[in-house]
Design a protein around this ligand. Structure first.
Ligand code: BGC
Length: 376
C-alpha cells in the first residue's frame, strides 16, 4: 500500500471504532430498566422499585407505591452525578410520613375549599385532610395507592415506565370511575417526562401533578435559597390564610412574586409570610408545550427547565419541612427542597373565573410536563 493512503486508512478505522462505541452506548449498552421488590403495604400489596438509566448515565428510581420518584441522579458542571430529589430509604418511611416526596398527586392536586363543590346541581363532599380543606386528593390520594407498572424497554431514544390506576367511583368523595395512565420517560436528551392521561365514566374533576422536592445542589446539601428561579408567569392567584385562592388573578409586577427574570429564591423570601406556596398563572394558557420554569444552582451549575401543557405552576419553597423528615442519609429542614407542580388552578371547581377542571365521559384528560437537565 502506498504510504500516502495510511493516514486515510487510520482515520477511517478511528471513525468506525468511535462510531460503533457511540452506537453501543446509546443504543444497547447503558440504557436500561431494572425491577426490584421494595416491600409490601399494610394490606399486603407488593411494591416494586424500577431503576431507569439513560445512555448518559442519568438514573431515576420509581416506586409503584404512589408512582414516587425516589432518586434522580443528574450531572453537575464537572459531570459528577448527584441525587437531586428528597426521599426516603424504605417503603415504611413513605407510608409513615410522606409530605408527598416525589409522588404522583390526584385526583385533584392542591386545595379544594372545605372539600366541597357542585357539579350539574349535585353537591359533592370530599375527604378533608388539611384543616377544613381537601388537599392533594384527600386522606388516601394517588400518592398512597399502588399503581400497576409496565416497563417500556423497546425504545431507542428513551426508557420508560407506564403506570396505571383505576380510581373507583366515590373514592375520597369524587364521582366517576377514573382510569389513569402516567408514563415516566427518561430520554437520552437528559429529560424526565411525565405524561398523564385519564378517562371517566361520570362527569368529575381532575387535576393531576407530580410532587418532587428538588435540590439541584444535591438532596442533602442544605437550603435551596441560593437557587435562581425564573417563571414564565406575569400573574399569580393570591390566597387567603388557609392558602385558598381568593379568586383574583393579579400581576406579579412590583410584587414579591415577580420571577419573570431569574431571581434567587431567598432574595425576598423573608418578606413572604410563611414562604412561597403560590399558584403562578403561566403566560402560555395551556394546551401546547411551553417553558414554565428554569432553575439554576450556582455551586454545581445544574440547571432544570420545566415545560408543560398545563396553564399554571405551584411554587412551594419547602416551608413545612422541619427536620422530622430524614431520608437517604440526610435531614430535611425548612427550605431544603422546592416543588414546582404543573397544574390547573387550586380550588378551580369553586372559582368560575378559573379554567375548568371538569372531565366528562367521552373526553380525555391529557397533561405533559418535561424536566430537562443540563449544567453550565
Ligand atoms: C402545597 C403545600 C403543602 C405541600 C405538602 C404543596 O403542594 O402547596 O401547601 O403543604 O404541598 O407537602
Amino acid at each position: 500500500m502506498r504510504a500516502r493512503y495510511v493516514p486515510i486508512l487510520l482515520a477511517v478505522i478511528v471513525l468506525f471504532v468511535f462510531g460503533c462505541d457511540k452506537l453501543t452506548k446509546y443504543g444497547e449498552k447503558k440504557m436500561s430498566i431494572k425491577k426490584q421488590a421494595f416491600g409490601k403495604t399494610a394490606d399486603g400489596k407488593d411494591v416494586d422499585l424500577y431503576t431507569l438509566t439513560n445512555a448518559n448515565g442519568l438514573k431515576t428510581e420509581i416506586m409503584t407505591y404512589g408512582g414516587i420518584v425516589r432518586t434522580l441522579e443528574v450531572p453537575d458542571r464537572d459531570g459528577n452525578l448527584g441525587d437531586i430529589v428528597l426521599g426516603y430509604d424504605s417503603l415504611d418511611k413513605y407510608i409513615e410520613n410522606n409530605p408527598y416526596f416525589g409522588a404522583l398527586v390526584g385526583r385533584c392536586g392542591n386545595r379544594i375549599a372545605k372539600g366541597k363543590f357542585t357539579l350539574n346541581g349535585v353537591e359533592y363532599t370530599l375527604a378533608t385532610n388539611n384543616g377544613p380543606n381537601h388537599l392533594h386528593g384527600g386522606v388516601k390520594g394517588f400518592d398512597k395507592v399502588v399503581w400497576d407498572a409496565e416497563p417500556m424497554e423497546d425504545e431507542t431514544t428513551s426508557v420508560g415506565l407506564k403506570l396505571t390506576y383505576l380510581s373507583k367511583d366515590g373514592e375520597e368523595g369524587y364521582p366517576g370511575n377514573l382510569k389513569c395512565t402516567v408514563i415516566y420517560t427518561l430520554t437520552n436528551d437528559n429529560e424526565l417526562k411525565v405524561s398523564y392521561e385519564a378517562e371517566t365514566d361520570k362527569t368529575t374533576v381532575i387535576n393531576l401533578t407530580h410532587h418532587s422536592y428538588f435540590n439541584l445542589g444535591g438532596h442533602g446539601s442544605g437550603d435551596i435559597l441560593g437557587h435562581e428561579l425564573m417563571l414564565t408567569a406575569d400573574n399569580f392567584t393570591p390566597v387567603d390564610e388557609g392558602l385558598i385562592p381568593t379568586g383574583e388573578i393579579k400581576p406579579v409586577k412590583g410584587t414579591l412574586m415577580d420571577f419573570t427574570r431569574p431571581m434567587p429564591i431567598g432574595a425576598r423570601i423573608a418578606q413572604v409570610k410563611g414562604g412561597y406556596d403560590h399558584n403562578f398563572v403561566l403566560n402560555n394558557s395551556g394546551g401546547s408545550l411551553a417553558l414554565a420554569a428554569s432553575v439554576y444552582e450556582p455551586n454545581t451549575g445544574r440547571v432544570m427547565e420545566i415545560s408543560t401543557t398545563e396553564p399554571a405552576i405551584q411554587f412551594y419553597s419547602g416551608n413545612f419541612l422541619d427536620g422530622s423528615n430524614k431520608g437517604k442519609g440526610a435531614v430535611y429542614n425548612k427550605h431544603n427542597g422546592f416543588c414546582l407542580e404543573t397544574q390547573h388552578f387550586p380550588d378551580a371547581p369553586n372559582k368560575p373565573g378559573f379554567p375548568s377542571i371538569v372531565l366528562k365521559p367521552g373526553d380525555k384528560y391529557t397533561h405533559l410536563t418535561v424536566h430537562k437537565f443540563s449544567a453550565k
